[in-house]
Design a protein around this ligand. Structure first.
Ligand SMILES: [Zn+2]
Length: 234
């Protein structure tokens, strides 16, 4: 079974005898009109006389693989977080979609009990893991949430019970952001998006004495201050 949207589109392209860009463009167009990822893929499958049930993604497996990557090495996870944090603040094509970023912060909260290890990955390995996490998270939001032209509009009808909390959190934070509000990645307080400093509220930012290093920011998530999202050990 495919784990990411890219893998699923490749499988459909191969089976239908189409090129990957053709399938990808078509699916993007359908999704912009409010159709879900799986729904779009299955519709194209049917057009090509393929069995739609063969084209599925299991979100539970995405969560499991992401947790496994994030538990591998603490420093690596910090570096992945730093890259994603910078990407969500970027503009234009480079931008990591906020709903996928919110999915990522939910994943981080699930691994908060991970012991810090000393294993160190090479920069190439870290880059590979980062790319993988980006793919996993963008796929996860497209299957857990209900989408329309406006973006995330709710929790997908077929979202598994165990992942509904994640889907709800993504939806809530995305809706707030659409209204100009940001959920601080450290304390979880809701503040004006334009008043945030590198993903944090002004108070949390000043506690870091203005450090612009985004790794420091994610590091602070592991501290006792953390109440923001999900479980915290206090
Ligand atoms: Zn804060």
């Amino acid at each position: 079974m495919s784990l990411t949207a890219r893998e699923l589109l490749h499988k459909l392209a191969d089976d239908a005898g189409l090129t990957y860009p053709t399938v990808a463009k078509r699916v993007n167009r359908m999704m912009r009109k409010g159709s879900g990822l799986i729904e779009s893929v299955q519709e194209i499958a049917v057009e090509h006389k393929l069995k739609p049930s063969k084209y599925k993604i299991n979100p539970v497996k995405i969560v499991n693989e992401t947790e496994k990557i994030l538990r591998e090495d603490y420093t690596q996870t910090l570096m992945i977080s730093a890259v994603l944090g910078q990407m969500v603040e970027a503009r234009g094509k480079e931008r990591f979609p906020p709903p996928a970023f919110f999915a990522y912060t939910e994943m981080l909260s699930r691994i908060s009990d991970t012991p810090r290890d000393v294993k160190s990955e090479t920069s190439v390995e870290i880059e590979e893991r980062t790319t993988r996490v980006i793919e996993l998270m963008t796929t996860l939001v497209s299957v857990l949430c209900e989408w329309s032209e406006q973006g995330v509009v709710g929790v997908a009808g077929d979202c598994p019970e165990t992942l509904r909390d994640i889907a709800r959190a993504i939806f809530r934070k995305t809706k707030l952001l659409q209204g100009g509000l940001w959920t601080c990645i450290s304390c979880g307080n809701i503040v004006e998006a334009r008043e945030t400093r590198a993903l944090m509220c002004i108070e949390c930012d000043s506690k870091l004495s203005g450090s612009r290093n985004i790794e420091d920011r994610f590091e602070s998530l592991g501290g006792n201050d953390r109440k923001g999202y999900g479980r915290s050990t206090e």
